[in-house]
Design a protein around this ligand. Structure first.
Ligand code: PHE
Length: 338
């Protein structure tokens, strides 16, 4: 029995020393010291021992119990300390870490370009006018000298909302809406969304234009050239050159398309200008007398110029974006770059 107690002590102490969590430790306490535990089990044989040996065995049993209890407490302290340390580490607040800044939004690249261009014209005295996206055929076509059978309608693949009502194919209808309301002098720019049945790498069914209209006494093509040259040199840089190619629009006469020297390659030739050194920028011309007729303006007294440009292509050029569609997908990974 003495040997049993001593063997039990050795085994228990060894076992407890390597226990790794508090639950296992509690389990060990029950196994060794509990009412139905191993020490109690051995002590059941005490009745068979001789009367002289009994007190000695009883004392030994107490010593064994005490040793095991002490070892359990020791181990418990170690494990508890370790758990506390882990918890403290998990909850630790490192006040030297840099803070997380809230994300800031910014204006869409098209809005940025629009505001910049509008600002250049405002500095010249132009005012901003707007009109509806859903427009009547009268304003979009007829009043701009483009009757229903006019071949120029073919080049505007038009979205029809209902007979006589379209999604405007350009911002030019706002010319007429402005002229109906005010008498010359008129100087307005019109930024806005426009729509055509068109969808590829360089065309989107919805796109943005900026229209310009200036009407007064004695306005000439020279005023048109000077105004547009000033604009491109402000926007693209002071050494930007322009050239005008004859063109046709029903609502201007004469009409032209204006190219600018390529701002990407300084006109040396690149992918953007298709190695020509020139990039097409806008359509323009002197307001057609028939258009003034629809507006009720005195064609003997007034002349004027108008121009219209695609803003998306400007944004694409300025930021060297490959494909106009990116501008309208609203993918933050794209937009955050501007
Ligand atoms: N509205 C024409 C277009 O969309 C551009 C333009 C505007 C041309 C004003 C001349 C004058 O193509």
């Amino acid at each position: 029995m003495k040997a049993d107690l001593e063997a039990l002590r050795t085994r228990a102490l060894e076992e407890i020393t390597v226990l790794d969590d508090l639950q296992a430790l509690e389990q060990a306490r029950v196994t060794y010291l509990g009412r139905k535990g191993k020490v109690t089990e051995i002590l059941r044989g005490l009745g068979q021992a001789s009367p002289e040996e009994r007190p000695k065995l009883g004392q030994l049993a107490n010593e064994v119990k005490q040793a095991i209890a002490e070892r359990l407490d020791e181990r418990k302290q170690v494990l508890e300390a370790r758990e506390d340390a882990l918890q403290a580490e998990a909850a630790a607040l490192d006040i030297t870490l840099p803070g997380r800044r809230p994300q800031r939004g910014h204006l869409h690249p098209i809005t940025q370009v629009t505001e910049e261009i509008v600002g250049i014209f405002q500095a010249l005295g132009f005012q901003v006018a707007t009109g509806p996206d859903v427009e009547t055929e009268y304003y979009n076509f007829d009043s701009l000298n483009t009757p229903p059978d006019h071949p120029a309608r073919d080049s505007h693949d038009t979205f029809f909302v209902q007979p006589g009502v379209v999604l405007r194919t350009h911002t030019s209808p706002v010319q007429m809406r402005v002229m109906e309301k005010v008498q010359p002098p008129v100087a307005v720019v019109v930024p806005g969304r426009t729509y055509r049945v068109d969808n590829d790498a360089s065309h989107s069914p919805m796109f943005n234009q900026l229209e310009g209209l200036l009407v007064d006494e004695g306005i000439t093509f020279g005023d048109l050239k000077g105004t547009l040259l000033h604009f491109v040199q402000e926007f693209f840089g002071a050494d930007t050159k322009v050239r005008f190619r004859p063109h046709f629009f029903p609502f201007t006469e004469p009409s032209a398309e204006m190219d600018i020297s390529c701002s990407v390659c300084q006109a040396n030739g690149c992918r953007v200008c298709k190695h020509s050194g020139w990039v097409e920028l806008l359509g323009c011309g002197m307001v057609h007398p028939r258009v003034f007729g629809y507006a009720g303006y005195d064609t003997e007294k007034y002349t004027g110029f108008a121009f219209g440009m695609g803003l998306d292509r400007l944004a694409v050029q300025r930021h060297a974006i490959n494909g106009i569609g990116h501008l309208f997908e609203n993918d933050l990974r794209f937009l955050e770059q501007f």
